[in-house]
Design a protein around this ligand. Sequence first.
Ligand code: TYD
Length: 267
Amino acid sequence: MKVNTIALPKISDPRGNLSFLENHAQIPFAIGSVHWIYDVPGGAELGDIAPADREVFIIAMSGSFDLVVTDEKEQNVIQLNRSYNGVYVPKGVKREMQNFSTNSVAVVVVSLEDNAPLADNTDQQVHNIYDCNIIELSKHHSDSRGNISMVDNSDTVPFDVKRIYYLYDVPGGVSRGGHAHRELSQLIIAASGSFTVTLDDGKTRRAFTLNRPYQGLLVKPGIWRTVDDFSSGSCCLVLASEKYEESDYIRNYALFKKYRKDLMAEK
Ligand code: TYD
């Protein structure tokens, strides 16, 4: 596959926009690591952003920048300025980024090493909200050209990332979430701006304000969550342990309470 722009699904409703990508679906590879680049001074330039032997998929989650791709034959400059478009770049092509707009956020999804096995992320434990915490992302790099945070598979987070989704253009005052997952674990990051995630294990509630792109909230399976208090221009980036599966959702609070009661009884 050559360098090409891929339009991701864009799910729009009065609560904002959501786009997602999954291993071997919207992108033609399995995710090995995810990097996000922010606080880049306007006009800064970033050198090659991933090892040459990896494929990458690059998104302008907020703002805009130019991606310069160079192979033995030619150089192309691609402007990214839509949150729902990404550019696929195969191995062996040099990729540099420049001309960043103020407040831009770039997400770089890097492929897994060839044939590396993916973890089975099944988590059979019954979790409560004290198993869900804000994690400081240790893989964080800061210099005069901006900040970068990254998550490598099964490092920092206790699962391999199989899907990424993100919320953007969220109007102030809306509430999102309002569901629990049976199996899914997630890391929720305020890649831009801030919002509040309220977690509920059927007994206790705990609210977390996320406002630092180098922190992530780890949400274990079986926990009800709502997300609100979005600041204007905020971007909520979510790294998920499984592909999208509607049957994994519990979207009714009374059913969630019953689900928790049954889980506790089985324990
Ligand atoms: P939903 O999970 O209800 O949004 P939120 O929790 O942010 O309020 O998702 C909204 C819609 O998007 C719903 O119809 C399911 C769909 N969707 C996908 O198709 N794939 C995905 O990866 C996600 C997260 C949602």
